[in-house]
Design a protein around this ligand. Structure first.
Ligand code: KG4
Ligand code: ZN
Length: 361
């Protein structure tokens, strides 16, 4: 099975050729729009959509060329249907539909968060279930339990900002630029992470809940995240300081912020692992590129669950890409889990949740 995958949910125009399972990435092309959005300090949706329209065809052509394939040797087209920005999603979905129609090939709709999780199967196709997957992206932060392929039980998600969003907003607030994650990681290297004790959102509640099961705690309760308080705490801290003080303290501010985010993500994942006993733990999403998160979670899993496989994608498969969409599609095709559709049935869904992707009626 060989799939041409397309991803345009946010600000990267991406295409890849993936075969399998087990998944083999034959090619992957990602055209980033970072330079376009930089001056706005975040993604400007209309510009994103226009840029996708301009780059989608060349990106698809390049992915086929790099894989040394022409469209005839492709068995199916896959595309991200959501969640994401509607104007961005529509470009990829319509390109995929047109291609599927013209070539009479099946079209496989893929959920973007499912794609992030499936990036882990590139190097570990034999990972054992149940899998506990922490996905930390720009738009979403989720803890998901998978008992088998393509089956998702969301046990925790963010109640407000995602972790990636917090990175981006704190970077913006400190005038560090966009996108925030990588910049904060770089600046934090020079800083003291113990200087500011920023709040660890929703940790107290879940710790309490865990200590007193008689209080009527439901299974899975306590795994939600909240990062907006942390972002606000950084803002309040800077409001007490002069511009000069902020400038001097920026490495300490971002190092302390980064530490707080990582502490929460790691604590919740470990807490969930204690409850659900996964045989594999997956980390994914753009924030999974963060070295402190990768190292801290990896170390804690090794310490506490030495028999559990801990997996995270290579950096290029953490941030948005189409290879991960192709990998999920390869498994969807194998299982035909409602995932194989004719082009007429596939629609963009900006609010798609991580339930099995259903096709429009
Ligand atoms: O998965 P992704 O590329 O897009 C979405 O699905 O949203 O994630 C993008 C997010 C951004 O918020 C970005 O700041 C964050 O991932 N990010 C990082 C790092 N690299 C990207 N956050 C922390 N550390 C990094 N090294
Ligand atoms: Zn993403």
């Amino acid at each position: 099975m060989r799939i041409l995958a397309i991803e345009t949910s946010c600000d990267e125009t991406a295409a890849a050729v993936v075969s399998g399972p087990p998944p083999v990435i034959e090619s992957g092309v990602v055209a980033s729009q970072i330079d376009l959005h930089k001056k706005y300090g975040g993604v400007f949706p209309e510009l994103a959509s226009r840029a996708h329209t301009e780059t989608i065809i060349p990106v698809i052509e390049e992915a086929l060329e790099k894989a040394d394939r022409n469209i005839d040797s492709i068995d199916a087209i896959a595309v991200t249907v959501g969640p994401g920005l509607i104007g961005s999603l529509l470009v990829g979905v319509n390109a995929a539909k047109a291609l599927a129609f013209a070539t009479e090939k099946p079209l496989i709709p893929v959920n973007h968060l499912e794609g992030h999780i499936y990036a882990n199967f590139i190097d570990h196709p034999d990972a054992k279930f149940p899998i506990l997957a922490l996905t930390v992206a720009g738009g979403h932060t989720q803890l998901v339990l998978m008992k088998k392929h393509l089956s998702y039980h969301v046990i925790g998600k963010t109640r407000d900002d995602s972790a990636g969003e917090a990175f981006d907003k704190v970077a913006k607030l400190l005038g560090l630029g966009y996108p925030g994650g990588q910049i904060i990681e770089r600046v934090a290297r020079e800083g003291d992470e113990k200087r500011y004790d920023f709040p660890r959102g929703m940790m107290a509640r879940s710790t309490r809940a865990q200590g007193h099961p008689e209080q009527g705690r439901r299974v899975g309760e306590g795994y939600d995240f909240s990062f907006s308080g942390l972002k606000t705490a950084v803002l309040y801290q800077t409001q007490k300081m002069s511009q000069d003080e902020i400038k001097k303290a920026t490495p300490d501010l971002v190092a302390s912020f980064q530490q707080a985010v990582v502490d929460v993500l790691v604590a919740k994942t470990i807490q969930a692992a204690r409850e659900f006993h996964p045989r594999s733990i997956f980390l994914s999403g753009g924030v999974a590129a963060n070295t402190l998160l990768r190292e801290t979670l990896g170390m804690k899993v090794k310490q506490e669950f030495p028999d559990t496989l801990f997996v995270m994608p290579e950096l290029l498969y953490c941030t948005d890409n189409a290879a991960m969409i192709g990998v999920a599609a390869v498994y969807r095709h194998k299982a035909s889990a409602g995932g194989i559709a004719s082009w007429e049935e596939v629609e963009a869904d900006p609010n798609a949740t991580l339930e099995p992707v259903t096709v429009a009626k």
